[in-house]
Design a protein around this ligand. Structure first.
Ligand code: GLC
Length: 803
């Protein structure tokens, strides 16, 4: 399929519109639904390029508004739909293409922006557009329908909206239909549909700013027998039935008459939302019934994202890198901060809630531009910590209910993960470096099991110490951290109750956490603590080097019997990626060994689409390893390209000073650079979680877009390690590791309320940096904080040796 060459960043299904900061999808039949997120982490939902998706308020499991059928045929239904019907010819269609997919639209375009989506199309002389967004701070969404008569004769049309309401508890909606479908019902009054549940205050409303010609709320009446969303009887006949569902499947369908002279345009504003207080509905509808208010809310939304995105901007010689770092990557990072791994086209909003390790990592890239929300998330996660120092693995955001996640399915195995609590330590250090909010260390959060205990409500600092102690007191036979149920790799299940399996990678993660803490203590003047953490680091690093070095790379883990995984003698999984990258990140060595380890990873694991997580993959079930071997070879943790882990290769390469390779790795998984959309299939504007590896029949196929730790880490990798602009306790560091042929780049970075305008120029090969700050040369690569009151600092960085 051809690519539109007029746009510099394009693939056969669309292009990035840099001026408007929107990904424009130009064909509705994308290989998978290409999604976007609405809302700012409270009320909101997902929406595809053909308006599929669903809405909820804060928690998709326990406060669901609309339904979505994962695995449905046709795919990606239902959604937020409007049907149009020509009253003269009886022809009807959907301006969003779905759900009346049979029509050949004369024009189609979907624009996904930051927290809004606009889909427009033309059919038989009628141009229609639908803009969807959530007004900031409201528990409702707005759909703005504009219909224009682009033909040269008067036209009479009817529109029919369609939203399918779910029972508020989305699990019951799947599991207990007998009950759920008896107690949900709808009423219509004064242009508004209200769907409620027996004996509960929660109600969903659906309304519009134009008095309807009719309505329907009973899905079966609206669709008719033996029909589906492509040909509802009400739309086909053009006659709403005024059905008020006494039970069953409830929908929001309002019918409007549109009489349009040639060139005339009409607008209908739909408002859908949820509340426990019926008294709030009328004022809300009065407000968003006014186009002026809707416009103001949309502008407020855009302004909020502009502010969020203004904390870091960059201009490099690579347009795709710019598009990613200035826009899509931070947009994706905010979605992960809001929704962890809970709700997407792959995560059903039923099972997982927020993951402790996942959400802690999601804060790493958002402490910069959304520090308050990141801190809120950290508080929620610290409350999951038990007094012994380990944490629950997941939590449901609305109820606060914590749990062991996957581990709960295997009660004889450890019920904790070796890395969860350590991510929290790393996240707090990142938060403090960024914000300087050191008072956070004195902030109190109760332990999960702390009620009534003497120190059951501890400071963040106290929580951190217990996290460190948990790892120290849960070491295995060789002195490495015990693996627990697993470490970062959920499928690395080597401990079947022996309590002996150990994680090399977790040891390296622990090393990183100890160094971050040592730096923090240095800065806070806690010299004894700093010394203790450094000594612990040395001890753990020595242990790793002693027991896990396999001659050319580091082993991955040790099983119940002390046998290694990820070493040369094995048939499968001879080498893992993470222990090589984290040897560098955890600074467990200096010099040759680290280079050697990363060279081995490069040689054995790198592919044009990214680094495989390990090789060779297992081709059979293996009870020793369990989880990994439930996947076919080349998929996910079984030798697939795990983008999150790949991001650590970018960081590690940059830390070693490998400018070319860091950039090569960065581009390998850059979705905007994947022009082979029919192979990649996933959204080209956000990172996906994994890509099928070389041994998989669908090599190159991307899965699990949007909610992945890849977002956070690629942002950190790009901004802090390739561009080298990173916060430290003593100032902003500027130490780029960029490709040799980049003449330089420019960036603006807001750090602790000061804007740093940074110009980097390459003088010759290498990564040596000399800095000039406000015209004066300084020693080293850390720009010290300016005097109070100064809000701008100009930094010039010369990179590489002259001549
Ligand atoms: C998934 C999980 C994440 C885990 C990773 C590797 O992305 O959300 O928690 O670290 O898989 O297993």
């Amino acid at each position: 399929m051809p690519i539109d060459e007029t746009h510099p960043i394009a693939n056969p299904y669309g292009y990035f519109d840099a001026a408007n900061r929107e990904y424009v999808i130009t064909r509705p039949d994308t290989p998978t639904p290409w999604m976007n997120y609405l809302g700012e982490g409270r009320y909101g939902g997902i929406i595809s390029n053909t308006a599929g998706g669903y809405s909820f308020d804060r928690d998709p499991r326990t406060r669901r508004v609309t339904r979505y059928r994962y695995n449905s045929i046709p795919a990606d239904q239902p959604g937020r739909y409007v049907y149009l019907r020509d009253q003269e010819t009886g022809a009807y269609w959907s301006p969003t293409w779905q759900p009346v997919v049979g029509r050949q639209l004369e024009a189609y375009e979907c624009r996904h922006g930051a927290a809004y989506t606009c889909i427009q199309s033309t059919y038989r002389g009628i141009a229609a557009s639908l803009l969807y967004f959530v007004p900031p701070g409201e528990a409702c969404e707005v759909w703005v329908l504009r219909v224009k008569n682009a033909s040269d004769r008067p036209r009479r049309l009817r529109s029919f909206s369609y939203a399918e309401f779910g029972y508020y508890d989305a699990l019951i909606d799947q599991q207990n239909l007998d009950w759920g479908m008896h107690i949900v019902h709808s009423r219509y009054a004064d242009g508004t549909i209200v769907t409620s549940t027996q004996f509960r205050p929660t109600l969903t409303f659906f309304s519009s700013n134009v008095i309807p010609a009719g309505f329907d709320t009973d899905r079966e009446v609206f669709i008719g027998r033996c029909r589906d969303l492509a040909n509802p009887i009400v739309v086909e006949t053009g006659e709403p039935r005024q059905s008020e569902a006494p039970r069953g499947n409830n929908v929001g369908s309002l019918c409007h008459d549109l009489v349009l002279a040639p060139g005339e345009e009409q607008e209908i504003i739909y408002v859908m939302g949820v509340t426990d207080d019926p008294g709030t509905v009328a004022p809300l509808l009065a407000r968003y019934g006014q186009p002026r208010e809707v416009q103001a809310a949309f502008e407020a939304l855009r302004a909020d994202w502009d502010t969020y995105l203004s904390h870091f901007t960059v201009e490099t010689p690579d347009a795709e890198v710019n598009a990613m770092l200035n826009f899509w990557n931070p947009v994706q990072c905010r979605a992960t901060l809001y929704w962890s791994r809970f709700v997407s086209a792959y995560e059903t909003g039923l099972g997982r809630g927020m993951g402790t390790r996942d959400s802690a990592q999601d804060t790493l890239a958002t402490v910069q531009a959304a520090p308050a929300r990141a801190r809120e998330v950290l508080d929620v996660l610290w409350h999951l910590q038990f007094q012994d120092g380990h944490t629950w693995h997941q939590v449901f955001p609305l109820t606060g209910e914590g749990g062991p996640g996957l581990a709960g399915e295997f009660l004889d195995w450890p019920q904790w993960f070796s890395d969860d609590h350590l991510w929290l330590v790393l996240a707090v250090c990142a938060y403090l470096r960024e914000t300087g909010d050191f008072a956070y260390l004195d902030h109190h959060v109760p332990y999960w099991d702390g009620e009534g205990a003497p120190a059951g409500d501890d400071t963040i600092w106290g929580h951190i110490l217990r996290a460190v102690d948990f790892t120290l007191t849960h070491r295995g036979p060789q002195g490495l951290p015990r693996l627990g149920f697993s470490d970062w790799d959920d499928t690395m299940n080597l401990d079947h109750g022996s309590g002996k399996a150990e994680s090399v990678w977790c040891a390296q993660q622990f090393c990183r956490a100890l160094l971050d803490l040592a730096d923090l203590c240095d800065y806070l003047g806690k010299g004894d603590n700093a010394a203790r953490f450094r000594a612990l680091h040395r001890e753990m690093a020595d242990t790793v080097n002693r027991v896990a070095w396999d001659g050319a790379w580091y082993a991955r883990a040790f099983d119940d019997d002390g046998l290694p995984v990820g070493v040369q003698g094995e048939t499968y999984h001879q080498i893992g990626l993470n222990p090589q990258t984290w040897a560098v990140i955890g600074e467990i060595e200096t010099g040759d060994r680290l280079h050697r380890a990363m060279e081995s990873a490069h040689e054995k694991l790198d592919t044009p689409y990214g680094m495989a997580l390990m090789a060779p993959p297992y081709d059979r079930s293996d009870l020793r390893v369990r989880g990994t071997t439930t996947y076919p070879p080349g998929a996910k943790e079984n030798g697939g390209i795990f983008c999150h882990a790949h991001a650590w290769a970018v960081v590690a390469a940059a830390r070693l000073g490998w400018g070319e390779r860091a950039y090569q790795y960065y581009r390998q998984i850059l979705p905007l650079a994947r022009t082979d959309a029919d192979t990649f299939a996933a959204e080209p504007y956000v990172y996906c979680g994994n890509i099928c590896g070389p041994t998989h029949p669908q090599y190159g196929y991307g899965r699990n877009a949007w909610l992945s730790g890849t977002a956070s880490w690629m942002y950190v990798a790009g901004t802090q390690w390739i561009l080298g602009i990173r916060p430290t306790f003593t100032g902003l560091q500027v130490a780029p590791v960029i490709p040799g042929d980049w003449p330089g780049f420019r960036a603006a970075r807001l750090f602790r309320n000061v804007t740093y305008r940074i110009a980097v120029e390459r003088m010759g090969p290498g990564n040596a940096v000399s800095l000039t700050v406000d015209g004066r040369p300084i020693e080293g690569t850390i720009v010290p904080f300016p005097p109070a009151g100064q809000t701008e600092v100009v930094v010039r960085a010369l990179v590489g040796q002259r001549g």
